[in-house]
Write a protein that binds this ligand. Sequence first.
Ligand code: GTP
Ligand code: MG
Length: 299
Amino acid sequence: MKVGELFKSLVEAVSTRPLSREKIEEILDDYGLKLILCDVALPLVDELKRTLAETLEGRRTPLFDRDAVKKLVEQELTLFLLKTLGDTQIDLVEEARKSQKPFKLLFIGVNGVGKTTTIAKVAHMLKENGLSVLLACSDTFRAGAVEQLGQHARALGLPMVFKKYGSDPASVGFEAVHQASRKGVDAVLIDTAGRMHTDINLMDELKKIKRVVEPSYTILVVDALTGNDAWNQAVDFSSHVGFDAVILAKFDADVKGGAALSVSFISKKPVIYVGTGQKYSDLKRFNPKEYVNSLMSLV
Ligand SMILES: Nc1nc2c(ncn2[C@@H]2O[C@H](COP(=O)(O)OP(=O)(O)OP(=O)(O)O)[C@@H](O)[C@H]2O)c(=O)[nH]1
Ligand SMILES: [Mg+2]
């Protein structure tokens, strides 16, 4: 070892100390608890604690900087959370432009999460970007569903395909795609009835719609306020139907924010947009960095 290097390692030895496993676990327990209070799912927090404890054990931190350990843990925690969210970005306008006509989006999710409102927002965004859009009401079940989507169609000046209540939802999707192909429409947005993720028959119905429509993207809509059940919804919709991306609705009302992480972690699919209010323009691209920064400010 050269004299310079020897001097440097001597200085490091007296001015820093290695982090012990016990100390790290104590700090991580504290962060873990705060993340759970922010609705981050428990298995994700356990994985985070395991990974970070391994990464941090033995790392040297300055003796005379009282915040050094905290800074180091926060740095690693931020990296872990960003990695969990993944770096896949899907811009639906770009995808629609690149796609063979028609670009087909199928929206699925539990009752009342915000599917229909999100479809109206996505339709608005596509239209604003010069794309023609056809709406399809494959919710032939809930009273008022056709009228609700119909109102959006009128307000946005868009055509809509629907059938009478009780009709086969897959046939509405099929008809819409057929019409869109015939008329050269750029994008078809298909609304479906909300359903409990535990209801196998209704999940099979979605599978059928998906098989018939062959969507370019199947989008799971999750209510950001759902808390821990977001995890179960992602698991069930993923295993029974399969989806490609997530939109988190009611993000404006969520003060805790853990759902995005839980859903991405378990499904390995990206959150691509967030709903930030009830207006058509209240749809924003999901920004993982901003999201993690705001979550870190809570823990
Ligand atoms: N604040 C806020 N409210 C939202 C947002 N998205 C949807 N909502 C509201 O949530 C409620 C339910 O929205 P819908 O779009 O009808 O939900 P849905 O999933 O289609 O419901 P079902 O078809 O009954 O399963 C409505 O009152 C919407 O205005 C959002 O991003 N922010
Ligand atoms: Mg609906």
